[in-house]
Design a protein around this ligand. Sequence first.
Ligand SMILES: C[S@@+](CC[C@H](N)C(=O)[O-])C[C@H]1O[C@@H](n2cnc3c(N)ncnc32)[C@H](O)[C@@H]1O
Length: 181
Amino acid sequence: MTTHPYSKGKVIRGNCLEILPKMKEKFDLIISDPPYQSGFTDSFELIKSKLNTNGQILWFVQPTELYDLPERPKQILVWKEPYSPKPIRKKYREFLDLIAWYAYGDYVFNKLLWNLMNSVFEDVVIRDKRIHKWEKPITLMERLVLVHANPKQKVLEPFMGSDNLADVCLTHNRYFTGIHL
Ligand SMILES: C[S@@+](CC[C@H](N)C(=O)[O-])C[C@H]1O[C@@H](n2cnc3c(N)ncnc32)[C@H](O)[C@@H]1O
């Protein structure tokens, strides 16, 4: 396990399922976006054990994976992805990611402008080329961080892809830790 403290926070290289049990640190907000349909919902309890009192988890899932989450979320948020022309056989194409939101105790909930507080998000990745195949739009990550964590609180991304969440945390003065395979 190697740790790279860098200007955007702390990035640890390795498998989060091996690293998290050894970590003593706890977090106020965990944004978990594992690879789809990969059985990572099994790691819910491990990830939840890294929460501070009053902490929160935002867990990205495909609609059918919702049934595999061991705990009922407080609310389901929806990220409606841009349409894809890719062919698909014998199945409907899914244009959405669900975000299962778990909030414990006296959790942080900072209201933004009213038009940003709907539970269906339609943010898009704005670049000429994606940095990471599954990266989430930076504006989506920004809303989630601003609403669910206060400045100086600690944010964990156990399944890191791009630097988007790290960048958002740096911009908005939240402490970021990411785990990256
Ligand atoms: C859906 S992507 C996350 C995308 C990220 N939310 C973003 O906005 O860029 C899932 C990431 O988890 C990583 N990953 C898969 N298994 C992992 C593991 N056991 N530990 C840490 N990272 C893992 C993959 O390499 C991939 O980069």
